[in-house]
Design a protein around this ligand. Structure first.
Ligand code: PGA
Length: 238
């Protein structure tokens, strides 16, 4: 009799709420999500579910997650490229670390609307690492992986990459799973075993076509994560 060992990948399912939801709405989402989990709609176990709320919701999100004993973790959506000091409006790594273990870095909306370039992204990755936050680095093409390559490798791959093609973000037109798989495989050739997620118009209907691909380790979900019931379905179907 031969015993086959399957390497089960642990999927990351990450909600990116962007500039949405007040503290009250955050609380309601978490309670609705929890009702779904406790009501048996979805098993979160075995998957790493992370919610990136806005800075102002992070503290209460953590309180609710603990209170409900929900196996969901928090991420921030951005980080200051500087440590504490005279940087009006910025939120630094030490402040984030009080409430979250992950931080999204280099999202294309930040690159496009706030002029973030590769140097700025590199500084943010450095700050995340300094404060023991795991960066979820968003990239929309392989050039961006190449330019962050040394930074990623110097941190021993303790980083998560999310491939998000620009045409697919918020458009309802996801990339094909085959193309996403081929980009994810190329990313892994550049940065070894770093987990690679796909992001861009992921829904409960298409999530599995991505997560079943061998090189894709999960999804980063924007619009469809705003509704807790849809997000429950995404976690379930992934
Ligand atoms: P979307 O956003 O799911 O709304 O396309 C994804 C993202 O920008 O992270």
């Amino acid at each position: 009799m031969t015993i086959q060992l399957y390497h089960m990948k642990k999927l990351f399912i990450i909600a990116n709420w962007k500039s949405n939801k007040t503290v009250k709405e955050t609380e309601k989402w978490l309670h609705d999500f929890d009702d779904g989990v406790k009501g048996g709609k979805t098993r979160v176990g075995g998957k790493k579910v992370i919610v990136a709320s806005s800075f102002v919701s992070l503290e209460h999100a953590r309180y609710c997650m603990r209170n409900l004993k929900l196996s969901v973790e928090s991420a921030a959506q951005d980080i200051s490229p500087f440590d504490k000091g005279a940087y009006t409006g910025e939120v630094n790594g030490a402040q984030i670390k009080e409430f979250a273990n992950y931080v999204i870095v280099g999202h294309s909306e930040r690159r496009k609307n706030f002029g973030e370039d590769d140097d700025m992204v590199a500084k943010k990755i450095e700050m995340a690492m300094k404060h023991s936050l795991i960066p979820i680095l968003c990239i929309s093409n392989l050039d961006q992986v190449q330019s962050s390559r040394f930074k990623i490798q110097s941190y021993d791959n303790r980083i998560i990459l999310a491939y998000e093609p620009l045409f697919a973000i918020g458009s309802g037109q996801a990339d094909t799973p085959q193309n996403a798989e081929s980009v994810a495989a190329k990313i892994k050739e550049i940065v070894n075993d770093t987990p690679v997620l796909y992001g861009g118009s992921v829904t409960s209907l298409n999530v599995n076509s991505f997560t079943k691909m061998p090189s894709i380790d999960g999804v980063l979900v924007g619009g469809a994560s705003l509704n807790p019931l849809e997000f429950l379905e995404i976690v379930k179907n992934a």
